[in-house]
Design a protein around this ligand. Structure first.
Ligand SMILES: [Mn+2]
Length: 350
């Protein structure tokens, strides 16, 4: 469906709470940005719960043109406002989670009885968050919307991934991330940012998990990836070693894409990029993809005729000590816009 009116791409974007100041309603939109302000289990730097608002704020300075997708401003993008109740529940739950993390950092074991009530509370609230994400995204999918979920830490897309299974059946995941996120209940949290793919892979409908840019992982994660035939790593080191030996990025992209089935979900953890592009993300790691490399990979995926059925962008965080420092939001907004437009473009070839 094309919206019945359009915007002037040369006009100034106006702050109206919408991504890029677009004027489209939910009914008129093909793409919906769905913010999830949640970073309860963040183990290192906090702030990703403020990621969605940071991205929306920074989007105002972007150009609505897209080098790959013609007249992207006509697609129809709608942004659901950040839910203040979820934000407040996050802040409340995060305070309890912090106590649990501190307890462990000072020598406590999360299996000890003293910490169980706190841990049960955090796990219960995280489960409720997953259910909320499932309901909201399920309803959007039923309205034939293409959803870009904006985190939050990387724990938040689980409910959306479940809704997509109900909607599309089997599909594969392309994950761009410094981490494998295959830990089982990291720090005692059943729904940790470090466990998202461990939880996702419990679903047999996920036929492939292709992890690109991994460079910081535990031995247990390495073993799980080796044991599960559905999981394949394109580690950052391997990608770089290939590049240093003269193997082109195009060739590497083609290899990655060849591993994926027809229907693809993209889980984009911003820390998969080099930390100069996301200095305030929760768990930055040196190395990683450049912006253009990551976008090029997704463009090649679309060119190969794969259908992007959904996507998320997680772990973008503002600089909490300097609200005028917009860099993380700027990069995040550009990734979110490219994901949205390329997802739309990929529907043409289905
Ligand atoms: Mn991650």
């Amino acid at each position: 469906m094309k919206p019945s009116f359009t915007v002037d791409p040369d006009d100034v974007s106006r702050r109206n709470g919408q991504f890029l100041g677009f004027p489209y309603s939910l009914e008129q939109a093909n793409i919906v940005f769905f913010p999830v302000p949640w970073d309860v289990t963040t183990s290192y730097g906090e702030g990703t719960a403020r990621g969605p608002q940071t991205i929306i704020d920074a989007s105002i300075q972007l150009e609505p043109t897209d080098s790959y997708v013609e007249k992207a401003w006509q697609i129809g993008h709608y942004t659901i406002p950040v839910n203040p109740e979820i934000q407040a529940k996050n802040d409340e739950t995060r305070d309890v989670a912090k106590r649990i993390i501190e307890y462990q950092e000072t020598g406590g074991n999360y299996q000890n009885n003293t910490i169980q009530p706190d841990l049960n509370f955090v796990n219960y609230e995280s489960k409720k968050l997953n259910q909320w994400v499932y309901q909201e995204t399920n309803s959007l999918l039923k309205q034939n919307k293409l959803v870009v979920l904006i985190g939050g830490d990387h724990s938040v897309p689980l409910g959306y991934i479940q809704a997509l299974i109900d909607h599309y059946g089997e599909y594969g995941i392309l994950q761009i991330d410094a981490h494998a996120d295959l830990r089982n209940a990291y720090e005692g949290f059943s729904y940790s940012h470090a466990s998202i793919m461990h939880n996702v892979m419990k679903h047999p409908e996920i036929s492939h998990l292709i992890q690109v840019g991994v460079r910081d992982y535990s031995q247990g994660e390495f073993e799980q990836a080796k044991q599960d035939q559905r999981i394949q790593w394109f580690s950052d080191w391997q990608l770089k070693e290939n590049a240093y030996s003269g193997y082109s990025w195009l060739n590497q992209c083609q290899e990655i894409i060849a591993r994926l089935p027809q229907q693809v979900y993209i889980s984009f953890d911003v820390d998969g990029l080099n930390p100069y592009l996301c200095p305030n993300t929760g768990t930055p790691v040196p190395g990683g993809l450049d912006f253009n490399q990551a976008i090029y990979l997704i463009e090649k995926l679309v060119q190969a005729g794969k259908q992007i059925i959904g996507c998320d962008l997680c772990e973008v965080s503002p600089d909490l000590n300097n609200p005028h420092h917009e860099w993380d939001g700027n990069v995040g907004a550009r990734v979110a816009y490219k994901l949205a437009n390329l997802m739309f473009a990929s529907q043409q070839s289905k």
